[in-house]
Write a protein that binds this ligand. Structure first.
Ligand code: HAS
Length: 567
C-alpha cells in the first residue's frame, strides 16, 4: 500500500508524543556527557574516577541506562505510536496512551533518583552481586510496564484494520513495529521475574543472598532480544522510508517480511552467548546458543542485500551508471531529506558493527575478546551507530511534524550523522584493537598502565586510549551540533499546521507476499519462537538453578570478596 497523505493526531496525542520524544533527549545530554568523561578517564586525561562528584560506576550507569534503556524505550514507543496511527489511519485510544506515557515518565523519574544519589551504581545490566536501591528496580519495572501498555493499546487498532481490510496485507511498517514489541514483551517477562522475585526482595533486605547464575541467565534471556528491540524500528526506516526518500523503491517487500519473521523466531534463544565464559552451563547448550546466534545474523545479512539493492535502484533512477556509479548519485547530502543521511551513515557503520558481532558469537574467539574493550567497540557500532542515528534523525522529524516547525540549520543537521560516523570509526576500532591487546572493558582501578614509571605501563594501550578519546571528542562535537539544530528548530516559528504525521513510503519493486501467505501471519511464528525458547532455555535454566552460587551484595567502589557456596 502506498500512502502519501498526512494523518492528523489529536491534541492530547500530540502533547504526549512530544513528551515521549523530548524527555529522553533532555536526559541524553547527561548520558552523552558521562560517556565522554569515560573516554577522557580511560586516556588518563582525567586523573580520578570521580567526576563532578559522581564515581566511576555511577557515571557509567547513567551513560548506559539513559542511552541504552531510557532513550531506546521511549523512542520505540513514540515511533510505534506514530507508525500505528499513520499507517492504520486510526487515532490512539486516549486513556491508554495517557496511562502508558504516565507510567514511562513516572518509572524513569523513580529510577533516576537513586542513580543520581549514587544508590544504584549497577550499570545497565544491573546483575547481582551489584545491588541497587529498590526504587531503581521498581522504577525500571514501571517504565517497562508503560511500554507494554502502549503495545497492548495498538492491538485493537490492528484488529479493526484487519476487519476493514480483509483483502490486504498489514502495512510493512506496522508489521515491523508489532514484531519489535512482541519480542520486547516476550523477553521482558523473564526480566520481570528476576526483578520482582529476586532483585526487589533482595534489595529490600527480605532475603540475604541471591542466586547469581540464575539472575544473570534471566537477564540475558532479556538482554540479547533487547538489541533487536532497539534495531527493528531502525529496520522499519531502512525498509519503508529510506528507499522512497532516496528516490527509489523497496527491492523486495517479501524479503522484508521474511526478515521481521526471522527476528521474531530467532531473537530470544541466544542469550547464553553472553555467558560463554561462565561456569555451570554445559558446553552443549552454549554451542546451541552459538549456532542460533549465527542464525539470527541471517536476517541482517538479508537486510544488507535488500537495502543495498533498493539503494542501487534509487541511484540508477537518479542517473547512476556502472557497477558503483549509483552510489555517487544517492542524495547523501540532501538537506531536505535528512533521513537519508542519518540512514546511510548508520548502514555504513553497521557493516562493521554487525560483522564484529559474528566475532563475538564465535565461541573460541569470544574467549579472547569477552569483557575487553572489543565489546565496547562492537556495541557502539551497533546500538551507538545505526540505532542511535535513526533515533536522532527521526526524533527531530517527529518533533517537526508534531509542532509544525520546520527543521532549522538543515546543512548542520546533515553534518551530524557523518561526523558521528567519523567519530565512531576512530573510537570503536581503537577500543577493539585495545581489546585485542587485552585492555579491559571497564576499570576503576586506576590507570597505572598509562604511567611510564609504573611496572604495568603499556605503550600500545596508551595509543588506543588516546585514539578512543579523540573519537569521543568528535562524537561530542556531532552531538553538540545536533543540540544546536534542536535549539534553532524550537526557537523558529511554526510554518505548517501542527500534529500532521507524514512519512515517505516506498513501493515494492517486486511483488509483496500474497494476503494468504504464512508470512502475513504472526501467530504460527510466535508459536515456533516459544517452542525454540523452551528447547534452548529449559536445560540452562535448570543448570543455573542447580549451580547454587549465592552471594552477599558487592559494591564496586568498595570491593569485598564474594562468598561462594557450592552445593
Ligand atoms: Fe551484539 C554483545 C553478537 C548485533 C548490541 N551486542 C553486545 C552488547 C551490545 C550489543 C550492547 O555473540 C554488549 C552487551 C553487554 O553489555 O555485555 N551482536 C552479535 C551478533 C549480532 C549482533 C551475532 N549487537 C547487535 C546489534 C546490537 C548489539 C544489532 C544493538 C543494536 N553481541 C554479540 C555477542 C555479544 C554481543 C556474542 C557478547 C559478547 C561478550 O562476550 O560479551 C548480529 O545480529 C549482527 C548481524 C549484522 C550483520 C551486518 C549487516 C549489515 C547491514 C548494513 C548493510 C550496509 C549497506 C550499505 C546496505 C551481519 C545491514 C550500502 C551501501 C551504501 C552505499 C550506503
Amino acid at each position: 500500500m502506498q500512502l502519501t497523505s498526512s494523518f492528523a493526531v489529536t491534541r492530547l496525542t500530540r502533547s504526549l508524543m512530544l513528551v515521549e520524544v523530548g524527555l529522553p533527549l533532555v536526559l541524553l545530554v547527561l548520558g552523552i556527557y558521562h560517556g565522554f568523561l569515560q573516554t577522557l578517564y580511560r586516556a588518563g586525561l582525567l586523573q580520578s574516577a570521580s567526576f563532578a562528584g559522581l564515581n566511576y560506576y555511577q557515571g557509567l550507569t547513567l551513560h548506559g541506562v539513559i542511552n541504552a534503556v531510557v532513550l531506546t524505550t521511549f523512542f520505540g514507543v513514540a515511533f510505534g505510536n506514530a507508525i500505528v496511527q499513520y499507517y492504520l489511519r486510526q487515532p490512539l485510544i486516549p486513556w491508554v496512551h495517557a496511562l502508558s506515557t504516565g507510567l514511562m515518565v513516572g518509572g524513569t523519574l523513580t529510577a533516576a533518583v537513586p542513580m543520581l544519589l549514587g544508590k544504584a551504581d549497577v550499570l545497565y545490566t544491573f546483575y547481582p552481586p551489584l545491588k541497587a536501591h529498590p526504587a531503581f528496580y521498581i522504577g525500571a519495572a514501571i517504565l517497562v510496564v508503560g511500554s507494554w501498555v502502549a503495545f497492548f493499546g495498538w492491538l485493537p487498532l490492528v484488529r479493526r484494520w484487519h476487519r476493514v481490510h480483509s483483502d490486504a496485507s498489514l502495512p510493512l511498517a506496522v508489521m515491523g513495529i508489532l514484531v519489535s514489541f512482541l519480542i520486547w514483551f516476550l523477553c521482558t517477562i523473564p526480566l520481570a521475574i528476576e526483578v520482582l522475585f529476586m532483585l526487589i526482595p533482595w534489595s529490600l533486605g527480605w532475603v540475604s543472598s541471591i542466586n547469581i547464575p540464575l539472575a544473570r541467565t534471566l537477564f540475558w534471556f532479556f538482554g540479547h532480544p533487547l538489541v533487536y528491540f532497539w534495531l527493528l524500528p531502525t529496520y522499519v526506516v531502512y525498509y519503508v522510508m529510506l528507499p522512497k526518500a532516496a528516490g527509489g523503491k523497496l527491492y523486495s517487500p517479501y524479503a522484508a517480511r521474511l526478515v521481521f519473521i526471522l527476528f521474531l523466531v530467532l531473537s530470544i534463544p541466544v542469550g547464553l552467548h553472553h555467558q560463554y565464559t561462565e561456569p555451570g552451563f554445559e558446553r552443549f547448550w552454549k554451542g546451541v546458543h552459538a549456532l542460533l546466534t549465527f542464525a539470527v545474523a541471517i536476517p541482517s545479512f538479508i537486510t544488507a542485500f535488500t537495502v543495498a539493492a533498493s539503494l542501487e535502484y534509487a541511484g540508477i533512477q537518479r542517473g547512476g551508471q556502472g557497477l558503483f556509479g549509483w552510489m555517487a548519485r544517492l542524495p547523501w547530502f540532501d538537506a531536505n531529506r535528512p533521513i537519508v543521511a542519518y540512514s546511510l551513515a548508520g548502514l555504513l557503520i553497521f557493516l562493521f558493527g554487525g560483522l564484529s558481532g559474528i566475532v563475538n558469537a564465535s565461541y573460541n574467539l569470544n574467549q579472547t575478546i569477552h569483557n575487553t574493550g572489543f565489546i565496547s567497540g562492537h556495541f557502539h557500532m551497533t546500538v551507538g551507530g545505526p540505532v542511535f542515528l535513526v533515533i536522532l534523525g527521526m526524533s527531530l522529524e517527529l518533533f517537526s511534524q508534531l509542532t509544525g516547525k520546520p527543521i532549522r540549520g538543515r546543512g548542520w543537521n546533515i553534518a551530524v550523522p557523518y561526523l558521528w560516523m567519523l567519530g565512531l570509526f576512530i573510537f570503536s576500532p581503537a577500543m577493539m584493537v585495545g581489546g585485542l591487546l587485552g585492555q579491559p572493558r571497564r576499570t576503576n582501578m586506576g590507570l597505572s598502565y598509562l604511567d611510564p614509571s609504573s611496572p604495568h605501563f603499556r605503550l600500545d594501550w596508551v595509543v588506543t586510549s588516546y585514539l578512543a578519546a579523540i573519537g569521543g571528542v568528535i562524537l561530542v562535537i556531532a552531538f553538540l551540533i545536533y543540540l544546536g539544530v534542536w535549539v534553532a528548530t524550537i526557537a523558529g516559528p511554526a510554518e505548517q499546521p501542527a500534529g500532521y504525521l507524514a512519512f515517505p513510503t516506498a513501493e515494492g519493486l517486486h511483488p509483496d507476499v500474497s494476503t494468504t501467505s504464512i508470512l502475513n501471519r504472526l501467530g504460527p511464528w510466535l508459536g515456533l519462537a516459544l517452542l525454540l525458547v523452551l528447547v534452548s532455555y529449559w536445560a540452562p535454566l535448570r543448570q543455573a538453578l542447580r549451580t547454587l552460587q549465592y552471594a552477599p551484595p558487592y559494591e564496586p567502589d568498595n570491593p569485598a570478596p564474594i562468598v561462594r557456596l557450592e552445593k
